[in-house]
Design a protein around this ligand. Structure first.
Ligand SMILES: Cc1ncc(COP(=O)(O)O)c(C=O)c1O
Length: 365
C-alpha cells in the first residue's frame, strides 16, 4: 500500500469536493478526515476482527478517547474493570470525570459484583480489557457481554494484550473493540497507532468525533503498521510459545512470589483463558522489555489507586519478545541472581565505601 503523503486531494470538479466533505460520496478531501493509507489499515484490522468497519488513530489512547466520547454525554456513568491500563484510568477519572462523566471501578472477574454495579444505577458503558495491563487479569467477555446487554450498557473491550490473533471480542458480544496497535499489531516498537472496530453505525459516530478532535494517524505510521500486520500471526505464535516456556521456568526460580501468564495452569482465570484465547500471549514487541508499572505505565496513579488496580509494589511486567528462549533464561537468571544478592546485601550492615544496594522489589532474599 503506498504512503499517501498528502494533506489535500484534488477532484475534477468543485461540487465533487463538496460532496466528499459532506459525506454524500466517498473520496478524499483533507487528510485529517480520511486518507487512503489509513483506510486500508482500518479495513484490514476490521476484517481480522470480523467487524463491519474500523477506524485508525494516532495512538491507542486517541482510539479509546474518541470511542468513549462517541457514546458518552455529561451525566453518564461508566462501570470499568479495576484492572485497567494507567492512562485509561486517568482518562476516565480525570478527563471524563472533569466533564461530569463518572466512572465506578469494579473487580470484573467477580460477575456478581459487576452485575450489582450495573444494576445499582443506569450505566452507559461497561469497559474491560481482554487481558489487563499489567496484572494479566483475563476478563470473561461472553459473560460480561451478557450482563452489559441485560442492563442496557454498551460493552467496550480493550483487546491490546490479545490482538485479533488471540481473541475477537465482537464474536463474544462486545459492541466496540479498541486496541493500541503500538503493541502487537505494529509489533516493532517503532510506531504509535490505535484502532477501533465495530458496527458501521458505531464507527461512523466515532469517526465524527475524530474529525473534530484530530488524532489522525499519519500515513507513514499507517504504512508501518500495515507492514507489522503481515507478520502478526508468526510473531504471536513465537511470543506465546516463548512467554509460556519462560513463565513456566520463572515459576520455579527462587525468590519469585508468583507468575501471571494466561497459559499457566496456576493462572486465576486459566479456564476462561483456555476458552477465550487462542494462545497465552507475550504482551509486546520484538524486544523483551521488563518494566516496573508503579513507576512507569501506571505512574499517573496515586499509591491508593495502584493498590486498587491490583498492582503490588514488587510487580514486574515482562513483555516477551522474539529472542531465543535460552538467551532470555540466561539473562533472567543473572538478573535474578543479582537481585537476590542485592537483597541479601541490603539486609546486612552496610560495608564502608560500597554503593547502596538497589531494592529488589519482586525478589525475596
Ligand atoms: C491495554 C492498553 N491500552 C491502551 C494503551 C495505550 O496505547 P498507546 O500507547 O498506543 O496510546 C496501552 C499502552 O500501553 C495499553 O497497554
Amino acid at each position: 500500500m503506498p504512503i499517501y503523503q498528502s494533506v489535500t486531494f484534488s477532484t475534477a470538479e468543485l461540487d465533487e469536493l463538496g460532496e466528499i466533505l459532506t459525506d454524500k460520496r466517498s473520496g478524499y478531501a483533507y487528510a485529517r478526515i480520511a486518507n487512503p493509507t489509513d483506510e486500508v489499515l482500518a479495513a484490514a484490522i476490521a476484517e481480522l476482527h470480523g467487524a463491519e468497519d474500523g477506524f485508525v488513530f494516532a495512538t491507542g489512547m486517541a482510539a479509546i478517547h474518541a470511542t468513549l466520547l462517541s457514546v458518552l454525554r455529561t451525566g453518564d456513568r461508566i462501570v470499568c474493570t479495576r484492572a485497567v491500563y494507567g492512562s485509561t484510568r486517568s482518562l476516565l477519572a480525570n478527563v471524563l470525570g472533569g466533564i461530569g462523566i463518572r466512572t465506578d471501578f469494579v473487580d470484573a472477574t467477580d460477575l456478581a459484583a459487576t452485575e450489582a454495579a450495573l444494576a445499582s444505577e443506569p450505566t452507559r458503558v461497561l469497559y474491560v480489557e481482554t487481558i489487563s495491563n499489567p496484572t494479566i487479569v483475563v476478563a470473561d467477555l461472553a459473560a460480561l457481554a451478557e450482563l452489559a446487554n441485560r442492563h442496557g450498557a454498551i460493552f467496550i473491550v480493550d483487546n491490546t494484550f490479545a490482538s485479533p490473533y488471540l481473541c475477537r471480542p465482537l464474536a463474544l458480544g462486545a459492541d466496540l473493540v479498541v486496541e493500541s496497535a503500538t503493541k502487537y499489531i505494529g509489533g516493532h516498537s517503532d510506531v504509535l497507532a490505535g484502532v477501533a472496530v465495530g458496527s458501521r453505525e458505531r464507527i461512523a459516530r466515532l469517526r465524527a468525533v475524530q474529525t473534530d478532535t484530530g488524532a489522525t494517524l499519519a500515513p507513514f505510521a499507517a504504512f508501518l503498521v500495515l507492514r507489522g500486520l503481515t507478520t502478526l500471526a508468526l510473531r504471536m505464535e513465537r511470543h506465546a510459545a516463548t512467554a509460556t516456556a519462560l513463565a513456566t521456568w520463572l515459576e520455579r526460580q527462587p525468590g519469585i512470589d508468583s507468575v501471571y501468564h494466561p497459559g499457566l495452569p496456576s493462572h486465576p482465570q486459566a479456564a476462561i483463558a483456555r476458552r477465550q484465547l487462542r494462545l497465552g500471549g507475550g504482551m509486546g514487541s520484538i524486544h523483551t522489555i521488563v518494566a516496573h508499572p508503579p513507576s512507569t505505565t501506571h505512574r499517573q496513579l496515586s499509591d491508593e489507586e495502584i493498590v486498587a488496580a491490583g498492582i503490588s509494589p514488587g510487580l514486574l511486567r515482562c513483555s516477551v519478545g522474539l529472542e531465543d528462549l535460552e538467551d532470555l533464561q540466561a539473562d533472567f537468571a543473572q538478573a535474578l541472581a543479582a537481585a537476590r544478592e542485592a537483597a541479601t546485601t541490603e539486609s546486612r550492615p552496610a560495608v564502608t565505601g560500597a554503593e547502596p544496594a538497589q531494592p529488589a522489589a519482586a525478589v525475596r532474599p
